[in-house]
Design a protein around this ligand. Structure first.
Ligand SMILES: [Zn+2]
Length: 362
């Protein structure tokens, strides 16, 4: 501050500080505080003294509430309604960006690369320079139908069912060869296997020929008449997936959750090798590397690779990617890779990733 221009420091302009008067969120006892803008302020104190109540619970909360109020009443109807924090007066508030230590979402589609937008720059590079040419940049995204691996739908892992858990090869269907919720002898789901003309209900599973076995596991769906009613036949493995695994909302009953736990494990997708991408975007290369290999590289190594791109047609994207990766290295995250699932980052790592994202933002 020694070289600060000669302004009179006692005449602080009204807008140069955030003024908090009478903050009472949680245990705060009517705190008054002025926080200078364009400066780094640090709140310290004993655990439980109210640092978070003041910073997150009062200042950031009110900023968020004011931003929410700029939406139409109709839109606001779909947003959580936030109460005004308990404070007498808050002045000169600007938009708050919260960079906290909360873990990043457990969304399986979120990675370090998607969270920082580094992936969008990489995709742009590939859409212009890849050998062979694959297409526009969305064709390189595992979150679009064009780019995602069809086998794992862009997740990179698939659930595998352990047959030894739900099938007894020594038994026939009539003896209860299937053990899964709703598949006991006489249960509704079981009756589909009893009814299908392609299976002998008294034949032990170990005696099925290849055709019977395929029909039993993966056959259908096929509508079959049964008495007066129609029932749809679906192979038992497909049926279990449909009932218990491929649901938008996971089952809640404990015995079903236990069953899913015992019967299924997640394994790397054999089709895409975990890269989440369809074949064309998965195999195209730039400077000898596929987009998946780059995403798996350590960020400090990736930074070097980007440095070797000199094609003027992608200069702005290469520049932006370089800046982003340098920031990651500067905050000590050079050991991460873009493919790292965001949900597996520690609180401190997540905080630094968020910081880089916001610092790089226009
Ligand atoms: Zn896959």
């Amino acid at each position: 501050m020694a070289n600060d221009h000669s302004a009179d420091h006692s005449a602080v302009h009204d807008h140069d500080e955030i003024r908090v008067r009478g903050a009472r969120v949680n245990n705060l006892k009517g705190i008054d505080v002025d926080i200078p803008k364009k400066a780094l302020s640090v709140f310290t104190g004993l655990s439980g003294s109210g640092k978070s109540s003041l910073v997150f619970g009062t200042i950031a909360a009110e900023s968020r509430r004011l931003i929410d109020e700029t939406y139409s009443t109709f839109i606001q109807g779909f947003m959580p309604s936030l109460p005004r924090p308990e404070v007498d007066h808050l002045e000169n508030l600007t938009a708050a960006i919260v960079v906290d230590q909360e873990r990043m979402g457990a969304n399986v589609r979120s990675t370090v690369g998607t969270a920082t937008d580094a992936n969008s720059y990489l995709r742009l590079l590939f859409s212009r320079l890849s050998e062979p040419h694959v297409g526009a940049s969305f064709a390189f995204s595992f979150n679009t139908p064009e780019g995602m691996c069809p086998a794992c739908e862009g997740v990179g892992t698939v659930s595998v069912l352990d047959r030894s858990v739900y099938l007894d090869m020594e038994k026939s269907l009539a003896e209860g060869a299937i053990s899964a919720p709703g598949f006991n002898v006489g249960d509704w789901h079981w009756t589909a296997y009893e009814a299908t003309p392609k299976l002998d209900v008294n034949k032990k599973l170990k005696d099925y020929d290849d055709e019977e076995w395929e029909w039993f596991l993966h056959g259908g769906p096929v509508k079959e008449k049964r008495g007066g009613s129609n029932q749809t036949y679906l192979g038992v493995e497909k049926k279990l997936r449909q009932l218990f695994l491929d649901r938008d909302t996971p089952p809640k009953q404990k015995h079903i959750l236990d069953f899913v736990d015992r019967v299924s494990t997640r394994e790397t997708c054999a089709e895409c090798g975990g890269t989440r991408l369809a074949e064309a975007p998965r195999t195209a290369t730039v400077r000898g590397k596929t987009i998946g290999e780059l995403a798996d590289m350590q960020i400090d190594e990736l930074l070097e690779w980007v440095g070797g791109i000199d094609d003027p047609s992608v200069a702005p994207a290469a520049r932006a990617l370089k800046d982003m990766l340098s920031s990651m290295v500067n905050v000590g995250l050079g050991y991460l890779s873009l493919s790292r699932a965001a949900g597996t980052l520690s609180g401190g790592e997540a905080q630094r990733v968020k910081m880089v994202k916001h610092l790089g933002s226009a």
